[in-house]
Design a protein around this ligand. Structure first.
Ligand code: 5GP
Length: 190
């Protein structure tokens, strides 16, 4: 086990199965810390405030952004999302591995500020499969699905900027690969 903390930035087009992957990695490895983002997006019924996101209003978000509380923030699918600096810094100070779920813009910004961050791009097997998954989960409207598919095409263009690319064809394999990456990075830093 390494004694140095580092960031693991996980990015993927919406519907790639990223949430399932990192949740399982976190469940199996309780020493890992998840950075809970702030968002102005409405909470989905399955989501819990403080676990999935901190759901806040626009005014609060703007104030936090103006006060420099975020490492990065972005408009994602029309809603504001931001990574809290204090959480990430606390995690690194405690020498922990911190998992961040951000979009491509967020990942590129974090790479600038934390060049040591381990960046992982979770790739869907194909755009057709992505569309199928988005429709199946029924959390977005038709209009939102189309926005997410368009955003996915743009995001895929940045995949080579990431240190690792993990194709999510079979979830168990992708979970194992992410765990292997973290183990390998720990070893490299110990
Ligand atoms: P969802 O609305 O489905 O929860 O998330 C949509 C996208 O927002 C995902 O791609 C996720 O990675 C991204 N996201 C979540 N939190 C943050 C954040 O703090 N910063 C940025 N830039 N993107 C985020």
């Amino acid at each position: 086990m390494s004694n140095s903390g580092f960031l693991v930035v996980v990015t993927a087009p919406s519907g790639s199965g990223k949430t399932t992957i990192y949740r399982e990695v976190l469940r199996k490895n309780p020493e890992l810390v998840f950075s809970v983002s702030y968002t102005t997006r409405k909470r989905r019924p399955s989501e819990i405030h403080g676990r999935d996101y901190y759901f806040i209003d626009r005014k609060t978000f703007d104030r936090m952004a103006a006060d420099g509380k975020f490492i990065e923030w972005a408009v994602v699918h029309g809603e504001l999302k931001g990574t809290e600096r204090a959480q990430v810094e606390r995690c690194l100070m405690k020498m922990k591995v911190c998992i961040l779920d951000v979009d491509v813009q967020g990942a590129l910004n974090i790479m600038n500020e934390y060049p040591d961050a381990v960046t992982i791009f979770i790739e869907p097997p194909s755009i057709e499969e992505l569309e199928k998954r988005l429709r199946k989960r029924k959390t977005e409207s038709e209009e939102q699905i189309l926005v997410r598919l368009r955003d996915a095409e743009n995001e895929l263009a940045y995949r080579n900027r990431f240190k690792y690319i993990v194709v999510n064809d079979i979830a168990e394999n992708a979970i194992r690969k992410v765990e292997e990456i973290i183990t390998q990075e720990r070893k490299a830093r110990s």
